[in-house]
Design a protein around this ligand. Structure first.
Ligand code: ZN
Length: 218
């Protein structure tokens, strides 16, 4: 956790919850990923964390499927930074719930409804789904920041591009060279408020031009 805050100082006052697969009560076996985070995962886990004296308030929570992650610091850090890139794009919470039980129950229902809904719209989702341009951009920033502390980490350890685009992770940093330097100290959640580097959008549009959404099945 200290390492994450060293890489991304804007996490200094943000609680970080690293959860194991056994701690996560989901029965969704369809997830074949190395880790999982979600917009309300912290709050959904708040009862559990409260009971164990680990709850410090809303923050970044992720479930790690440790059995699936290869050994080595770079692999684990890469997975964590991938999830952090997701978290960095979650919408800020606009209202507060004092009662964590009410909130987490609400969250459970929302997730269940979203899962039902999802089956209907699956075909209209692009293959990169939650890994759009802002995600890739933040992933590249996190990788770049991490190299100062863990020089062994390579872009592919974060898997921010290869599984979703016909383009390996190593291509992107060159397109963002100036921005990586200029926005080095900008909190990761604020990167998208800055104008995109010149070549980034046209490049992303070229990569994704082949895809056309199929209308949702009603
Ligand atoms: Zn992801």
């Amino acid at each position: 956790m200290g390492l994450l805050r060293e890489i991304e100082p804007s996490l200094q006052n943000v609680p970080v919850y690293l959860l194991s697969e056994a701690e996560w009560p989901s029965n969704d076996n369809s997830l074949d990923c190395l880790a999982y985070t979600g917009p309300f995962l912290d709050v959904a886990m708040s009862d559990y964390l409260l009971e164990r004296g680990r709850w410090l308030g809303e923050g970044f929570a992720t479930v790690l499927f440790l059995d699936r992650i290869n050994c080595g610091m770079e692999n684990l850090l890469g997975v964590l930074l991938h999830e952090l890139a997701h978290w960095s794009l979650f919408a800020p919470r606009i209202s507060r719930f004092d009662d964590a039980y009410v909130y987490s129950d609400l969250t459970r229902r929302l997730i269940a409804e979203a899962n039902n809904e999802r089956k209907l719209v699956e075909l209209s989702l692009p293959p990169w789904e939650d890994h759009g341009l802002d995600f890739v951009r933040n992933g590249v920033h996190l990788w770049h920041r991490a190299t100062a502390i863990c020089p062994e980490i390579k872009p592919f350890h974060l898997s921010y591009s290869g599984p979703y685009y016909d383009c390996g992770e190593h291509v992107w940093p060159a397109l963002m060279k100036d921005e990586l330097r200029d926005l080095r100290d900008v909190p990761i959640r604020s990167i998208r408020e800055h104008v995109l580097p010149n070549k980034l959008l046209p490049f992303w549009e070229c990569l994704t031009a082949w895809w056309h959404p199929i209308a949702a099945i009603k």
